[in-house]
Design a protein around this ligand. Structure first.
Ligand code: SIN
Length: 529
């Protein structure tokens, strides 16, 4: 049995930032499903929203965040994260990260991008591959830490808690069971401070901008451990995912619209103004719904994002990754509009935490997309998530270091396999996986109804029963564990959506098409315990 002072599950911006700080205070293991860099963070294009210019202010950033969040943000949390941002950005720069700059009247200053819902230019970026640069910077720094270990190709199966071991007096997190994908063995890892930084759950939908690892593992594990989960009905659909038969999950950054890109329908019309005076730069919930409506109205396959009016050299320099990737699919974005559709992008709800990442289970922290701090409310403002990950990771590292250790050293049980057979019918796993993703897309997407949600709920219960059977009767594998997690998270999204009897932010239902400002639930909190 291995033991660490801190165990971090997930290696994106939040997990690595936490690990770097915690490694100054004790031993740290960073557990990650594939390679260290296989994270949502590494795919982030837009950048980090942070107040750095004289034309901007904390007040404006707070106001934009609250407005996007449609009445559900926790204002104190937003203020903390926005005002602590510049200090955390400075630390990133000290680690060697160079954000793009531009020359203005003889001196260099940060080149700030603009995205939907922001009243000012405030997005720090490294061209259109900001996340990749951040990921590499943090991984490089982690490798220098003598007390930190990066454990790749390991997937956490479940949290170990005192109550699961039969110690009912004080429930707390004691560690995690972790599958070593190379050996197929499940290891028991003990720690009094476990941090979930596993990212989101885009793969629960048929179309997503997320990488394959985004299977909702953290939320599912926390749910099974009886931890409170909040606001899972708020799934953000990014308006512009590349529409091409061979392109899987390729995002066209909102920064393209920030630099003047215009959304057009199949007749070439700039249709967004009909839906919102801010046009193509309205917040994401509005833009995604408008595209969905326009596509359905015309029976079209996609909308088009047009930046051809900008000089080709500017496009190639500002968006090299998008330009090259589209070119590989035969689309020269300096000459033709980009075919786009909305796709699942970001989980605004998650494990309920305070602004220090503390969950309802002592010893367990959650940071980054997996958590619901109250920063994003009913709709996340673009590029606020990397900022939240950085700031809350820093606070969580301080809080965890001071956190109360377990009163007694409870003996942990080794993992027990119910049955050592390998799953003989992989096809069943893949079939169930596809079924979940399709039913979530069809019944629990951008526009919802109670009837569709109830249909989804009934199907998911059946699938969960089948998956439970698999889980107990066969040797665990990554595919099986991911399927089990996806099913759990899908059910949480549906259950939360059924509880919200109004339309607000990202949750839009034809049965209650308006926000109910007089009587509404601030947070939908679900817990198994
Ligand atoms: C984008 O580049 O459009 C994504 C930014 C974000 O989701 O915050």
């Amino acid at each position: 049995m291995k033991e660490y002072d801190f165990v971090v599950i997930g290696s994106g911006i939040a997990g690595l930032s936490f690990a770097l700080k915690a490694a100054k205070r004790g031993s740290v293991a960073v557990i990650t499903k594939r390679k260290g860099s296989d994270t949502n963070t590494a795919w982030a294009q837009g950048g980090i929203a942070c107040v750095t210019s004289d034309e901007d202010s904390f007040e404006l950033h707070v106001r934009d965040t609250l407005e996007a969040g449609a009445g559900l943000c926790n204002e104190a949390v937003v203020r903390t994260i926005v005002t602590e941002g510049p200090e955390r950005i400075r630390e990133l720069a000290e680690l060697g990260l160079q954000f793009d700059e531009r020359e203005i009247s003889g001196h260099r200053e940060l080149d700030l991008g603009k995205e939907g819902g922001h009243s000012k230019r405030r997005v720090l970026h490294v061209r259109d591959a900001t996340g990749k640069e951040i990921e590499q910077t943090l991984l490089r720094e982690l490798a220098r830490q003598p007390y930190a270990e990066l454990l790749e190709n390991r997937m956490a199966v479940d949290l170990i808690t005192a109550s699961k071991l039969g110690f009912a007096t004080e429930d707390r997190c004691l560690g995690a069971y972790v599958l070593d994908e190379k050996t197929g063995e499940v290891e028991t890892i003990r720690s009094d401070r476990v941090v979930l930084a596993t990212g989101g759950c885009g793969k629960v939908y048929l179309y997503t901008t997320n990488p394959d690892i985004a299977t909702g593992d953290g939320v599912a594990m926390a749910w099974r451990a009886g931890v409170e989960i909040a606001n899972m009905e708020f799934v953000q659909f990014h308006p512009t995912c590349l529409f091409h038969p061979e392109a899987k999950s390729f995002l066209i950054s909102e920064a393209v619209r920030g630099e003047g890109g215009i959304l057009r329908n199949d007749r070439g019309e700039d249709f967004l103004k009909r839906y919102d005076p801010r046009g193509s730069l309205a917040p994401r919930d509005i833009v995604a719904r408008a595209i969905d409506a326009e596509i359905k109205r015309a029976g079209a396959k996609c909308a088009f994002l047009d930046i051809t009016h900008e000089p080709p050299e500017f496009i190639r320099d500002r968006f090299p990754h998008i330009y090259q990737t589209c070119l590989r699919f035969g689309i020269d974005i300096s000459k033709q509009a980009i075919p786009v559709v909305p796709a699942a992008h970001y989980q605004c709800g998650g494990i309920k935490t305070d602004v220090n990442g503390a969950t309802s289970l002592p010893g367990l922290y959650a940071i980054g997309e997996v958590a619901c701090t109250g920063m994003h409310g009913a709709n996340r403002l673009a590029s606020n998530s990397l900022l939240e990950g950085l700031v809350v990771a820093h606070r969580a590292a301080a809080a965890a270091a001071q956190g109360r250790p377990a009163k007694q050293k409870i003996p942990l049980r080794e993992w027990q396999s119910g049955n050592v057979q390998n799953v003989d019918e992989l096809v069943v796993i893949y079939h169930n996986w596809d079924e979940i993703r399709r039913l979530m897309w069809d019944y629990v997407g951008i526009v919802r109804t109670d009837k569709r949600l109830q249909r989804a709920s009934a199907r998911l219960r059946n699938l969960q029963r089948e998956i439970r059977e698999f889980y107990w009767n066969f040797k665990v594998s990554v595919d099986l564990l991911e399927l089990r997690n996806l099913a759990a998270v899908a059910a949480l999204i549906v259950d939360s959506a059924l509880c919200r009897k109004e339309s607000r932010g990202l949750h839009f239902t034809l049965d209650y098409p308006e926000a109910n400002d007089r009587q509404f639930k601030h947070d939908i909190v679900l817990s198994r315990s």
